[in-house]
Design a protein around this ligand. Structure first.
Ligand SMILES: *Cc1c(COP(=O)(O)O)cnc(C)c1O
Length: 417
């Protein structure tokens, strides 16, 4: 898919619009599986929350991927997409026992991340095997919003509480078939990841009936030039060696699992928006697009960087712009960006808009969420319609209070008389 394809897609489907290139998703999937080709049993569970459109889930299913889910609704989307329950893992945080039992009843692998639920779930369902999420207390990356394995993180059961886990397992007679960690969204250093893995290997020795070890995710993808990218090939080589020797040591072949989200879909996504206004101020030139953090919140929420370029004028003279949205808040997508000269009506393209972009979109300012298009084998397929006014008012309920009742115009005229 090239820029002229994108421009055609924008013309056909309108803006703002998300476009996903299936070929890129497939190539990232293959890159990861080939990095771990020497592991006998490898399982990639795509993290649904990154991008949950059912068409994308079906693509993942066709590749042989499993799913990593965090809500019963994501599980339902996965089942809708044709996944077998046993190819789905449920890795929630802070959800109720009822929801966990509902998901377990569907036959989905449960992953538990706190002692309270572990004890209750094991007491009530000793025959359902569970995976346990460990917090190895390793600081991955510097951003505590996306680093979830460190000591203050709410995720996982502390490795210092292993004795308590073992006591619960023994007292309830439950079976632990998997052990899991997810250190955060940034593996910048393969050695740090391997260090955390050692903690998981050490923990794994406590569970005789273990079937799989899940190393979570955290594969970092480059958002701008010069960004560090997780070296998955190096990680593959080193972790495979360690994993295989561990399997030998315990005399059993385990499954090695990962839950990549961003790595599989980030770079496959493009966000297209129309420039409504070009506004020169005393200090900068603003390009205001027909979007805001209601459609793409990562720059405002995480201070993350998305490359922005002008699809409509690719050879225009470069100038500095602040790209902002149309929401009544400060919603800056990028400041001081060097972009080919922008005119009103141009289409801007945001890179790396596959992961945590549409899935975090909202209706703030009572705007519609964008449409989504999948580019597959040279063709654009609409995979989600743009919302309409009806979507905004669908769930409204008129209270049974006279002053809230909607009156027709003739009624109002009659009353006035
Ligand atoms: C969000 C999440 C992932 C995916 O993380 P990425 O950085 O998108 O790869 C994997 N596992 C768990 C438990 C998660 O919560």
């Amino acid at each position: 898919m090239n820029n002229s394809d994108l421009l055609k897609i924008a013309n056909e489907f309108g803006s703002p619009l998300y476009v996903y290139d299936s070929e890129k998703i497939v190539s990232q999937y293959n890159r990861l599986t080939s990095a771990f080709k020497n592991v006998k049993q490898l399982k990639l569970n795509y993290a649904v929350k990154a991008l949950s459109n059912v068409a994308v889930l079906k693509l993942m299913n066709s590749l042989g991927s499993g799913l990593d889910t965090v809500s019963v609704q994501e599980v339902q989307l996965g089942l809708m997409a044709g996944f077998k329950p046993e190819d789905i893992i449920f890795t929630p945080n802070g959800v109720s026992l009822e929801e966990i039992e509902e998901v377990a009843a569907l036959g989905v692998q449960i992953n538990i991340d706190n002692l309270s639920i572990l004890e209750q779930f094991g007491t009530r369902n000793p025959n359902i095997p569970v995976c346990i999420r460990i917090n190895p207390h390793v600081m991955a990356g510097g951003n505590s919003n996306i680093s979830v394995g460190h000591i203050d993180s709410k995720f996982g059961i502390s490795i210092h509480q292993i004795p308590h886990i073992l006591r619960i397992v023994e007292n309830t007679g439950m079976r632990v078939n998997g052990i899991h960690m997810h250190t955060g969204s940034d593996i910048l250093d393969v050695e740090v990841f391997l260090y955390a893995s050692e903690i998981l290997f050490e923990t794994a020795k406590n569970f005789e009936k273990l079937e799989f070890m899940d190393f979570g995710s955290g594969f970092k993808v480059p958002y701008k030039e010069g960004d560090i990218e997780t070296n998955v090939e190096e990680l593959g080589k080193k972790l495979t060696k360690r994993f295989n020797s561990f399997c030998k040591e315990i005399g059993r072949d385990l499954t090695l699992a990962f839950e990549p989200g961003k790595f599989l879909v980030s770079d496959a996504g493009y966000f297209l928006a129309n420039v409504n206004v070009v506004k020169q101020t005393t200090s900068t030139v603003f390009a205001s697009i027909d979007s805001g953090f209601n459609h793409l919140i990562r720059p405002m929420l995480y201070n993350s960087y998305h490359r922005i370029y002008n699809l409509s004028n690719p050879t225009g003279k470069e100038r500095f712009y602040s790209v902002v949205g149309y929401i009544c808040e400060t919603d800056t997508f990028g400041s001081n960006r060097r972009i080919n000269e922008i005119s009103e009506g141009d289409i801007l393209c945001f890179k790396n808009a596959g992961a945590y972009c549409f899935s975090m979109a909202s209706n703030y300012n009572s705007r519609f969420r964008p449409a989504e298009v999948l580019w597959h084998e040279g063709k654009a397929h609409l995979i989600r319609k743009r919302e309409t006014f009806n979507d905004l008012i669908n769930n409204l309920v008129e209270p049974d209070i006279p002053m809230f009742q909607h009156k027709t115009e003739p009624e109002l005229v009659k009353e006035a008389k």
